[in-house]
Every structure is written in structure tokens, then in C-alpha cells.
Write a protein that binds this ligand. Structure first.
Ligand SMILES: [Cu+2]
Length: 453
């Protein structure tokens, strides 16, 4: 599949209603490219965890992504909506943030951008090298006077296309975002995550393990793919979005975010499932759900969180009571020149603008408290407790007890919910609605078998 063919497919699709003969051509091409139907690219997302969009057509190691710039609205925790720009997959409707593009290291990745906005837009892939745009090296665009108009080759306004391609580099976590007027377009929502997985099991990796179980090319980066999560942190200045919606200028000296989001949602929406019906344009949840890490079981693997910051300030993020092992930053494994392990334990991690951090974590039931091994404090009587809807009625993992009459609980099986949040507390808000925004939970399920369903 040549790049030119892919562009032709866009154009063919766009014309198909009035050019029925092209349908035949499209069907023929379709025989070699199983693709070009709306929403064909998204994997059926699981309820929690990373909802990957995989490439279409072109073969296993040559994924093709079709991204379209769109406008739309998202819901915010204070009841407001925000006008946004976004990248959508294929012919899907607007979504925020853009699709999570999942590829393997060494893949030849093609991203065809179709731009429906009223100004030129583009995509840069920080951390990837030798990116091509329409077959030639992508490069900054200059005016005749030498001023930069775009950090890379854009797609023209009103339906222009541009085809980017690159060979996916080191396995790890990356952002992709607009390189055109980024102080406007990235703020408006033209960004997403790119996850590059190892293509082979690292040297020294476990027999029988899969390459996708490793965060990077180190054997000690293994994790449990069922416990892999994304924490994509962003911010919104509603006045900037209002100005763009009304086609007015915005003075960036007045830039002042009022909303901060995880995976495009603010708490409590952040803990809703992937694809929650009441958030039709915000498909990605941020609840982390893990099982107790069993130190006695050599087959048990830890969880992993991929942190990304597409905002303008540091976001110090932490799950309460739990260190993580930082194994990579900006898509590069933390190792020395001869491969020595430079990973490190950290509680709050300070993700800078544009950075990504890959963090492996294990939740131990350190003291194994239970009704027969009670906590060494006096638990207040229920009448003296302030009870949240996630409480099981018991301090013990896997135990449920009767709650007072009238108390509603959504606890399923005595699982724990541990808050994880941006610790810049002035950002824990949605324009003044406190304790919303960049907060989520880590849910700890009791050891199996359990009744968590
Ligand atoms: Cu905290």
C-alpha cells in the first residue's frame, strides 16, 4: 500500500456519493485494505484501561491511521460545556482527546490527516525521527520573511490532506499534537497519545511472555497488560475556547486555565467507564483497576501507568499511599550507557509540559489486615463515620459489612478505592467547583476468587 493510494482513498471516499463508479474501485482496493469504513479502527474497548486504536490496512507492521480534525463539545464537571477541536478516527464524530494510537516499535506508521477546520492544521510526533510528510522530510514552514507558520507540513484548511509517515522508534509513551499555532490548536484539543510497544520480547525476558507485556526493551519492564492505564493531563482556559468558537481573537497574555482534565474528563466523570454513554465525545475513562499484587506468586505481574502532560505547567500526580517505579521518560527507558538500570521509586511524580513518564506499580496488602488480624486502632462506630458511596462497610479488603439504613453503596466485593490526583491543589477544580478535575481512583480488587464480577 503506497502513501499515494491512501490519500486517494480519502479523496475517493469523499466523492463516493456522486461518483458511484468509484465505489467499485473502492471495493477492489478494499480487498487488499480491510479498512475504510467509519469506526473500523477502534478496538472494542474494555471497561477500564487503555482503549487502543490500531491501524488499518497495509499489513501488520505498516499500520495506517486516518485522522480528521473536527470541532465539538465536551462536558465539564461544573455543568459547563467547552467548545473544542480534536482529531477523530476515520469518519467518526468528534472526540476528545484524539484516538490512542497503538503501534509496535519498528512499524512503518502512516497517519493521513484530513483537516476540516477553517485554518491549516498539522501533527507533530515528538520523539519520533525522520518523519516524512507526503513522502519528503517533514519540516517547519516559513514565510518568505523567515517567520515560522507551522512546525511541520500542514493540511490546508477546508478539507486538505497531508500524509505523515515514520518508523516507530523506541517503545514507550508519546504525545502527538498539532504543530501549527500550537498555543491555540493544542490548547483547543488537537492532541492525543501514541503508544509504541516492543516488537519482540526483550533479551532476558520471561519464557512464554509476549512483547506487549513489556514497557520497553528491558526485560525488567514487564507488567500485566490487564492493569495498564493512561493518565493524559490537560487544561482548558474557557475564555480562549469561547473566543475561538466565536471566531474572535484571544490575547495569550490573558491565558489562564480554569479546568484541568485526565484523559479529557474531569472527576467524577474520570472514573466512569470507557465509552460511558453520557460522555459521547469523551471516550476515555481514567479509573485504574488492579488486583492485589501477590508476592508469593512468581507469575503475578505489576500494573503500569502511562502519564502524559500536554498542558503548560508541571502536574505533580500521585496515587495515595503507593510509590511507583519510574522506568521510562519521554519514550526512553531509564538506563545507563551500558544498559544499567536507572529506574527509581517515586511517590508524587512531577510531569512537566510535553513530558511522558512510564511508571510500574504494585499494590501490596502489606499488613494483611482482616477480621482475624484487625487493624491496631479502634474503628469508629458506623454512626460516627462519614461514609462515601464506595465504602464496603469494612476496613478489610474483600469484606463487606452492613451499612446503616439509607446509605447507598456501589461497593461490589469489598474492594478499595484509593484517590489518585494532581497534587497542585489549586488545579483540583472546575472553575471553582472544588474537588473535581484531575482526580481519579485506583481501585484495588481482593484476590481472586472474589465476587467483583
Ligand atoms: Cu494527595
Amino acid at each position: 500500500m503506497m502513501r499515494g493510494d491512501a490519500v486517494m482513498l480519502w479523496k475517493a471516499r469523499n466523492r463516493r456519493l456522486r461518483r458511484p463508479t468509484l465505489l467499485v474501485a473502492l471495493a477492489l482496493v478494499g480487498a487488499t485494505m480491510t479498512t475504510f469504513v467509519p469506526a473500523a479502527t477502534a478496538e472494542t474497548p474494555s471497561r477500564v484501561g487503555i482503549a487502543c486504536t490500531t491501524g488499518v490496512g497495509g499489513g501488520v507492521t505498516t499500520p495506517i491511521f486516518n485522522l480528521t480534525t473536527k470541532t465539538g463539545y465536551i462536558s465539564l464537571p461544573d455543568g459547563n460545556t467547552a467548545f473544542m477541536w480534536g482529531y477523530s478516527s476515520g469518519f467518526d464524530g468528534f472526540q476528545h482527546p484524539g484516538p490512542v494510537l497503538c503501534v509496535n516499535s519498528g512499524d512503518t506508521v502512516t497517519v493521513i490527516l484530513r483537516n476540516t477546520l477553517t485554518e491549516a492544521a498539522s501533527i507533530v510526533f515528538p520523539g519520533q525521527t525522520n518523519v516524512l510528510a507526503d513522502g519528503i522530510p517533514a519540516q517547519p514552514q516559513l514565510t518568505g520573511a523567515g517567520a515560522i507558520t507551522s512546525l511541520t507540513n500542514p493540511a490546508a484548511a477546508g478539507g486538505g490532506t497531508v500524509t505523515y509517515s515514520f518508523v516507530a522508534g523506541d517503545p514507550g509513551t508519546y504525545l502527538y499534537e498539532s504543530g501549527t499555532n500550537p498555543e491555540k490548536q493544542v490548547r483547543m484539543g488537537l492532541f492525543g497519545a501514541l503508544i509504541v510497544r516492543p516488537s519482540v520480547v526483550p533479551a532476558g525476558g520471561a519464557v512464554g511472555s509476549a512483547a506487549s507485556e513489556y514497557a520497553n526493551n528491558r526485560a525488567d519492564s514487564r507488567f500485566n497488560p490487564a492493569e495498564e492505564f493512561m493518565v493524559l493531563l490537560s487544561e482548558i482556559d474557557p475564555y480562549q475556547h469561547q473566543a475561538v468558537e466565536n471566531n474572535k481573537s484571544f490575547n495569550l497574555n490573558n491565558y489562564h486555565p480554569r479546568y484541568w482534565l485526565i484523559n479529557g474528563r474531569g472527576f467524577p466523570d474520570s472514573i466512569a467507564d470507557n465509552g460511558a454513554s453520557w460522555l459521547p465525545t469523551q471516550p476515555y475513562g481514567a479509573l485504574a483497576q488492579v488486583g492485589e499484587f501477590n508476592r508469593a506468586d512468581p507469575a503475578d505481574q505489576p500494573g503500569m501507568a502511562r502519564y502524559l502532560n500536554v498542558g503548560t505547567e508541571d502536574y505533580p500526580f500521585h496515587p495515595h499511599g503507593n510509590n511507583g517505579l519510574v522506568v521510562a521518560r519521554d519514550g526512553r527507558a531509564l538506563e545507563g550507557p551500558t544498559g544499567e538500570d536507572l529506574s527509581f521509586e517515586k511517590f508524587a511524580i512531577n510531569i512537566g509540559p510535553g513530558q511522558t513518564w512510564d511508571v510500574i506499580f504494585k499494590w501490596y496488602d502489606a499488613e494483611s489486615y482482616s477480621p482475624s488480624n484487625p487493624v491496631p486502632v479502634t474503628v469508629p462506630q458506623l454512626a460516627n463515620e462519614s461514609i462515601g458511596v464506595f465504602y464496603s462497610g469494612s476496613p478489610y479488603l474483600g469484606t463487606k459489612e452492613t451499612l446503616p439504613p439509607g446509605i447507598q453503596s456501589v461497593n461490589q466485593c469489598g474492594e478499595y478505592y484509593i484517590i489518585s490526583h494532581n497534587h497542585a491543589l489549586f488545579q483540583i477544580t472546575s472553575w471553582g467547583t472544588n474537588m473535581t478535575g484531575p482526580i481519579t481512583y485506583m481501585r484495588i480488587d481482593p484476590p481472586t476468587p472474589n465476587n467483583c464480577g
